[in-house]
Design a protein around this ligand. Structure first.
Ligand SMILES: [Zn+2]
Ligand SMILES: [Zn+2]
Length: 275
């Protein structure tokens, strides 16, 4: 595809430019054989609202970050190894067109492109890279994906009890297993989800029951095999009222897009793929 770009001067310059935009806040990106294939602005659906994010597609990783100053300064860099990525096209909504989901074991999220053509370009380029990465590493595609978080705005009531109405005082929480927006009462439990974190995470009551049952079944199976029981902390109820504050701690710390910036008319050039 763009193998001829590997280890070329132009490719090194492009990668150096990306590194310099992220500055000290980003990771070194240059690696022997790594090629920067394309870049562009996509709209990422975050918990509170959809925000523009700069995306860079390399032959082995997808990098994105928030835009401080277009083509000058980016921050909050995220790096996703492509062999972990699965894409899922999504239907259009009234608010958003040209959407698709980027799914990995750790995190899944929805992005949209400025046009159908751009969406097609991104999807086909990413899928081709994923295919090549899987071939090169001999890995199987990831089948278990993190549930994307349902945006806050999608619901005014708890999606589990359907009773609690959210307000400034009654905060929304997200189940880390199913991604549903739930009330504090419906998400009192914590469970260890090793793919997501080394610490037990907030889960809704339904997921907690399912995860516990599954866990018990696995433990019973272990006992039958006669292996010594392992006592690991696997979760439990959190005592006391939950303030909900910790929900902010693992939100993307990406900051708000300054509302006075007219993004669509600011002369940002859209996605470009190198050939
Ligand atoms: Zn509830
Ligand atoms: Zn859940």
């Amino acid at each position: 595809m763009v193998d001829h770009l590997a280890n070329t001067e132009i490719n090194s310059q492009r990668i150096a430019a990306v590194e310099s935009c992220f500055g000290a806040s980003g990771q070194p990106l240059a690696l022997p054989g790594r090629v920067l294939l394309g870049e562009g602005v996509l709209t990422k659906e975050c918990r509170k609202k959809a925000k523009p994010r700069i995306f860079f597609l390399f032959n082995d990783i997808l990098v994105y970050g928030s835009i401080v100053l277009s083509k000058r300064k980016y921050r909050s860099q995220h790096i996703i190894p492509l062999e972990e990525v699965t894409l899922e096209p999504l239907p259009e909504t009234l608010e958003a067109k040209n959407r698709w989901m980027i799914k990995t074991a750790k995190k899944s999220f929805v992005v949209s492109a400025a046009s159908t053509t751009e969406r097609q370009e991104w999807i086909s380029h990413i899928e081709e890279c994923v295919r090549r990465q899987l071939l090169a590493t001999g890995r199987q595609p990831t089948t278990e994906h993190a549930a994307p978080w349902i945006p806050d705005k999608a619901t005014d009531i708890c999606m589990r009890c359907t009773q609690t109405r959210f307000s400034a005082l009654t905060r929304r929480h997200h189940c880390r297993k199913c991604g549903f927006v739930v009330c504090a009462e419906c998400s009192r439990e914590r469970f260890l989800l090793p793919r997501l974190s080394s610490k037990p995470l907030r889960v809704c009551s339904l997921c907690y029951r399912e995860l516990s049952t599954q866990k018990q079944r696995e433990e019973a199976k272990e006992r039958c095999r006669g292996s010594p029981g392992q006592s690991a902390y696997l979760g439990g109820t959190v005592s006391g009222a939950s303030s909900g504050d910790e929900d902010d701690s693992d939100e993307d710390r990406e900051g708000d897009w300054p509302s006075q910036v007219e993004f669509y008319t600011s002369g940002v050039s859209w996605s470009a793929f190198h050939s």
